[in-house]
Design a protein around this ligand. Structure first.
Ligand SMILES: *[C@@H]1O[C@H](CO)[C@@H](O)[C@H](O)[C@H]1NC(C)=O
Ligand SMILES: *[C@@H]1O[C@H](CO)[C@@H](O)[C@H](O)[C@H]1NC(C)=O
Ligand SMILES: *[C@@H]1O[C@H](CO)[C@@H](O)[C@H](O)[C@H]1NC(C)=O
Ligand SMILES: *[C@@H]1O[C@H](CO)[C@@H](O)[C@H](O)[C@H]1NC(C)=O
Ligand SMILES: *[C@@H]1O[C@H](CO)[C@@H](O)[C@H](O)[C@H]1NC(C)=O
Ligand SMILES: *[C@@H]1O[C@H](CO)[C@@H](O)[C@H](O)[C@H]1NC(C)=O
Ligand SMILES: *[C@@H]1O[C@H](CO)[C@@H](O)[C@H](O)[C@H]1NC(C)=O
Length: 571
């Protein structure tokens, strides 16, 4: 053995002793900069080519699944504001994953890519977004690979572009075909907080959004959004992730704190199987909030619970519960700059929500129908503190309600929805259904049912409620007429008359009734809720037969209001 060999041997032994730790495995997922503001990200199963604005190639299962379509982008307030990425970097990684950050002047968009996953967890951290209503991420994909769409309320083939070309545009993204039926992207809308998995799919591939948690969305339980659609100019199959949206609202405009984070959600690809996507939703829902997301604010959460009791002693059964902004002058539908949690009470009025981000919140509740479908008031309590790893118990909360014995009549249940009225269903969205509601109708208290009243009113004519009074209580000073509207799109107006005397109105362009984009976009179950209350003098009411008329004085096609409930009560 020569000296040299001996030295080498000693060095090897020393090496083995000095470095007993196994070398860290490198992730196979990658970010490659290919120059000119272009990067490729992905893993062995898929990859995406990201340019300055658009990700224009999505390789999966041997084909580019973007094709002639626009691809992936992040934008606010319409197409003029697609974010421009100035740099990309791997900001964190593990044995089998990388976190890629794309930077824009408004904030950072992240793709968390795992070696074994087709798709990526995505999130956006705000730094300088302007005050906005609409903020979204989306995929515009190859329409041959993705012919179908799926939400929790609609599934099927996206109407082909050729049908649009042969039809007549009749309003915002809505066309009428020769056979009289309509084509509109809004028919592919849904209640966003009820989604499990949704997206576009075909026989070979499916592309899905799976958003567990949902606390970064604006609005309440009834927040509706456009989810997927056929792009009417290009034919792209579109999959939207409306993380802040206003498609069915009147006004919802928010300014966000530096650091407000949307997500992480999962953009998930598979072979087109809905069963597999449903399984993945369950898995993601179970693992939310994600332990792997090392963000202090995201991981700081507590719980809230309590019990709601009505002032008449009944439990507030099945009520909607909303944890939102504290001391806000905005409706729960319009709140959107922070984080929001929704739930329903059980049959005893009890509620509990886990994993609420720490902070100071407002607690809101309202009737969701059922056993408390007569309750017209809402409950609000402000300054509720949620602390890290603490359980906040609000104990018993008393909700003031008006006495049921003051009720003269009620048409429909009070639940901020059109449920129970004719044509309210079977689907929650259908363009033009409101035109099928009659011009004139009479509802007779005592004999008519909710299904004799219609979900929406628009046509010139009069809807009457006939009711009998056996007596007029001496103790009352008068009555209050409540018109609860589940939605309102300006263009139609009405006077409300009691025994031919005007007592109220539903007026387009009034300060009280800002138009929302619900009714005319085919929302039939709910939109932006409004509460109108009108005093009625005692002298207007008489013993015997009385009549409330909702008399439509101006009508614009497809515009008008969605009915939740009409209530008359002594005060
Ligand atoms: C750089 O990218 C832009 C679009 O992002 C493109 O218009 C331009 O042709 C590219 N330049 C080169 C040299 O590839
Ligand atoms: C992306 O995928 C395609 C198709 O599998 C492959 O040809 C290409 O090399 C991949 N890109 C990178 C950067 O790995
Ligand atoms: C991104 O850059 C384009 C110009 O290429 C510009 O039209 C667009 O407004 C920019 N987006 C934003 C959000 O500023
Ligand atoms: C798919 O998009 C192309 C344009 O890229 C269009 O010509 C075609 O009609 C679209 N197909 C469908 C089914 O809409
Ligand atoms: C709510 O209050 C803010 C100021 O705190 C004001 O700018 C805004 O107009 C108010 N909104 C409504 C709907 O009253
Ligand atoms: C509704 O009633 C008014 C007043 O009676 C009448 O003029 C009108 O023709 C009716 N509309 C329809 C469609 O029947
Ligand atoms: C409509 O009713 C509101 C009260 O809800 C009242 O302030 C307003 O003056 C009424 N407008 C018309 C045109 O009658």
């Amino acid at each position: 053995m020569g000296l040299l060999q001996l030295v080498k041997c000693v060095a090897l032994v020393a090496c083995a002793v000095a470095a007993p730790v196994e070398e860290r495995k490198a992730p196979k997922s990658f970010l490659k900069e290919v120059g000119n503001s272009t990067w490729v990200i992905g893993n062995a199963k898929w990859n995406v080519t990201q340019g300055r604005q658009y990700a224009t190639k999505l390789w999966y299962k041997g084909k580019d699944r973007v094709g002639q379509a626009v691809g992936h982008y992040v934008s606010y307030n319409g197409a003029a504001s697609d974010l421009n990425w100035t740099s990309a970097a791997i900001v964190d990684s593990g044995n089998d994953w990388i976190n890629v950050k794309f930077t824009a002047k408004e904030g950072d968009f992240h793709w968390v890519i795992r070696d074994d996953l087709v798709g990526a967890y995505q999130y956006f951290v705000n730094h300088a977004l302007p005050t906005l209503g609409e903020f979204r991420t989306l995929w515009r994909l190859d329409n041959i690979s993705f012919p179908n769409g799926h939400t929790n309320v609609k599934d099927g083939v996206l109407p082909p572009l050729s049908e649009y070309a042969a039809a007549t545009n009749v309003q915002d993204e809505t066309w009428q075909k020769a056979d009289g039926t309509f084509l509109t992207k809004y028919d592919w809308s849904a209640f966003i907080r009820e989604q499990e998995y949704y997206g576009v799919y075909g026989d070979e591939v499916g592309s899905w959004y799976i958003n567990p948690g949902k606390d970064y969305y604006n609005g309440n339980h009834l927040k509706e959004e456009l989810m997927i659609h056929r792009e009417s100019k290009t034919g792209d199959a579109v999959q939207l992730n409306m993380i802040h949206g206003t498609h069915y609202l009147a006004r919802s405009s928010d300014s966000f704190a530096n650091g407000k984070t949307w997500g992480p959600w999962l953009w998930y690809m598979n072979d087109g199987s809905k069963t597999d996507a449903a399984r993945r939703w369950k898995q993601e829902e179970k693992s939310w909030p994600y332990e792997w997301f090392k963000d202090t604010a995201y991981q700081s959460r507590g719980s809230i619970s309590g019990k709601l009791v009505l002032s008449d002693g009944r439990p507030a059964a099945g009520a909607a519960v909303f944890i939102g902004d504290t001391n806000s002058n905005l409706s729960t539908a319009d709140q959107g700059k922070n984080y929001y949690y929704t739930a329903y009470t059980d049959s005893n009025g009890k509620f509990s929500i886990d994993d609420v981000r720490t902070g100071i919140y407002g607690f809101y509740s309202w009737s969701n129908g059922g056993k408390i479908g007569d309750v017209t008031t809402s409950f609000v309590q402000n300054d509720i503190v949620i602390a890290k790893n603490k359980a906040t118990n609000l104990k018993t909360l008393t909700w003031q309600v008006s006495s049921p014995k003051n009720r003269i009549f009620q048409v429909g249940t009070f639940d901020r929805k059109t449920d129970g009225f004719a044509l309210s269903g079977p689907t929650p969205f259908e363009h033009g259904r409101i035109a099928k509601a009659p011009s004139n109708l009479t509802y007779t208290v005592g004999t008519s049912q909710a299904s004799d009243w219609y979900f929406g009113q628009s046509a010139l004519g009069t809807w009457s409620i006939v009711f009998n009074l056996r007596s007029i209580p001496t103790s009352t000073t008068g009555a209050k007429l409540t018109a609860s509207l589940a939605g309102f799109s300006g263009g139609s107006s009405a006077n409300i008359l009691l025994n031919d005397v005007k007592v109220g109105n539903i007026t387009t362009n009034s300060a009280l009734l800002v138009s929302s984009q619900d009714t005319y976009r085919g929302a039939t179950r709910a939109g932006e809720w409004r509460l109108l209350e009108f005093p009625v003098a005692k002298a207007e009411l008489k013993i015997g037969e009385n009549r409330v008329d909702v008399q439509v004085t101006t009508s614009t096609k497809w515009r008008g209001w969605l009915w939740d409930s009409v209530v008359l009560e002594w005060v």
